[in-house]
Write a protein that binds this ligand. Structure first.
Ligand SMILES: Cc1cc2nc3c(=O)[nH]c(=O)nc-3n(C[C@H](O)[C@H](O)[C@H](O)COP(=O)(O)OP(=O)(O)OC[C@H]3O[C@@H](n4cnc5c(N)ncnc54)[C@H](O)[C@@H]3O)c2cc1C
Length: 434
């Protein structure tokens, strides 16, 4: 029986493991193994909501072991540190608990087919000080660090002057990158500040005490989207009091400021770097061809170029769409479609020649807070591009997550979870405070 190992249980990897488990695993035709460095899965597009305190990540996490038991695959917890392509083995580092004590030792795992789905990491573009002085949104842990620092700063600012507190009166948040992540985070943070002022941190004055800025190198926000949507998003953010700086290139980041190429100093207590992604360091150790963003170059069938037993999907892969001649974007939508494609391909071993993966772009949606979004529904769905906004776009945006949950757990569980989350929002504080 062959062993199919999937490295990374994110948007692409977990769906692939679930689909293969439900098919090959259940029928006893292959051993399916998922490896991830964390014991739980969290859908990355919701990380900005964790960072702003709007979502409790524990409520939305999927435990890999439970998913594995229900869907006939095995889960191995630990970070993959090396891959020996000749021996068909991967090295998995020791797994330590929160107290740093080793729970699982270093291990080696054999594979017949290997699927790399380990995502991407923040790209600092070698800007001096960026990696040292910025936070990122690569994982739940990082989103939680941001949330705690943000809430702490708001509390300190709101009690400025009281009890002899010498804390700074104003909290400056600078978000570098005016793409979807930056825009969504700015809108969500603004909502959190309003909520804190109303419910929890009584003397916080949102307009006076918190300044949120976005710095974007391009001439408009949301550069890959339709210009009309960029305008709408920028107008909305400015209306919320966010300082939107386009055409601004970051030259360096310091502990308390972001300096742009004109020498202007943007005071910053917390800098969030959301300016782009690249392949993780492990991708560079495999001896496989990479693109300039360190993503693994794959064939039209998602196989790596030099090793027919290794496939790559999602953000860590560079797949050039043969029709458009451009690389598909690093999006959950792509990871999902590639997982579906590969589940089909790997379920029919022995078939001569791999089919080609074709990406269907259904459009993009960007959240502008709890009741608004903007986006475009692509031609493949409606026959022509349709711009959407307001509550309709926000509902469609929510559907994306429900679709992901449905692909993992089926319709009934998705409906039950949606209802239970809705009830939870009615009985818990609107912002996670601890
Ligand atoms: C804040 C934010 C908002 C976003 N919004 C959207 C959106 O609205 N729409 C959209 O389509 N996309 C969005 N994206 C992009 C989307 O999240 C990614 O494209 C998608 O998650 C990629 O899926 P993936 O499976 O390739 O990787 P990921 O989902 O990143 O999963 C990678 C997994 O690999 C694991 N891993 C990494 N390295 C190792 C290792 N060495 N060993 C073991 N495990 C490892 C990680 O723990 C993780 O579980 C957003 C991203 C962010 C950060």
């Amino acid at each position: 029986m062959q062993t199919i190992v999937i490295v990374g249980g994110g948007a692409g990897g977990l769906e692939l493991a679930t689909r293969l488990g439900n098919g090959l695993g259940k029928q006893g035709r292959a051993r399916i193994v998922l490896v991830d460095r964390w014991p739980t899965h969290f859908w990355k597009p919701l990380l900005h909501a964790v960072a702003s305190g709007k979502l409790d990540p524990q409520v939305h996490q999927v435990q890999y072991s439970a998913q594995a038991a229900e869907h006939h695959f095995q889960f191995v917890c630990g970070e993959v540190t090396a891959i020996d392509r000749q021996a068909h083995c991967i090295d998995i580092g020791p797994y330590c608990g929160e107290d740093g004590v080793e729970v699982l030792p270093r291990r080696t795992l054999h594979y017949d087919k290997l699927v790399l789905a380990f995502g991407a990491v923040t790209n600092f573009f070698n800007i001096p000080g960026a990696a040292e002085h910025s936070l990122t949104l690569d994982s739940v842990q990082q989103a939680e660090i941001f949330r705690k620092r943000f809430l702490g700063s708001c509390m300190a600012a709101s009690s400025h002057g009281a009890y002899g507190n010498q804390a700074q009166a104003v909290v400056n948040i600078v978000i570098v990158g005016g793409g979807a992540t930056g825009v969504e985070l700015a809108a969500e943070l603004n909502h959190t500040v309003q909520t804190l002022a109303r419910y929890n941190v009584h003397s916080l004055d949102p307009a006076r005490d918190v300044r949120i800025s976005i710095i974007e190198r391009g001439e408009r926000m949301l550069p890959p989207l339709h210009p009309a949507l960029s305008k709408r998003a920028a107008r909305h953010l400015r209306g919320l009091g966010v300082d939107v700086c386009t055409d601004t290139t970051v030259a360096r980041v310091e502990a308390d400021a972001v300096i742009d190429s004109t020498g202007r100093r943007h005071a910053s207590d917390i800098t969030m770097w959301a300016a782009g992604v690249e392949g993780p360091a492990i991708a560079t150790t495999l001896g496989l061809p990479l693109n300039r963003l360190k993503q693994i170059v794959v064939t039209p069938g998602l196989q790596t170029e030099m090793d027919a037993d290794i496939f790559a999907i999602g953000d860590c892969a560079s797949h050039v769409c043969p029709v458009r001649g451009a690389a598909v974007p690093p999006r959950a939508q792509v990871a999902h479609q590639q997982a579906m494609f590969l589940a089909e391909v790997l379920s029919r071993p022995g078939q001569s020649g791999l089919p080609n993966f074709h990406y269907r772009d259904y459009g993009s949606l960007v959240s502008l807070g709890p009741s608004k979004a903007v986006g475009v529904l692509a031609g493949s769905m409606t026959g022509r591009e349709v711009l959407v906004g307001g509550l309709t776009a926000r509902l469609l945006y929510r559907l994306m997550y429900h679709k992901h949950v449905m692909s993992l757990h089926g319709f009934m569980r998705m409906a039950a979870e949606t209802l239970s989350h809705w009830i939870r929002t009615k009985v818990t504080p609107p912002v996670k405070l601890h």
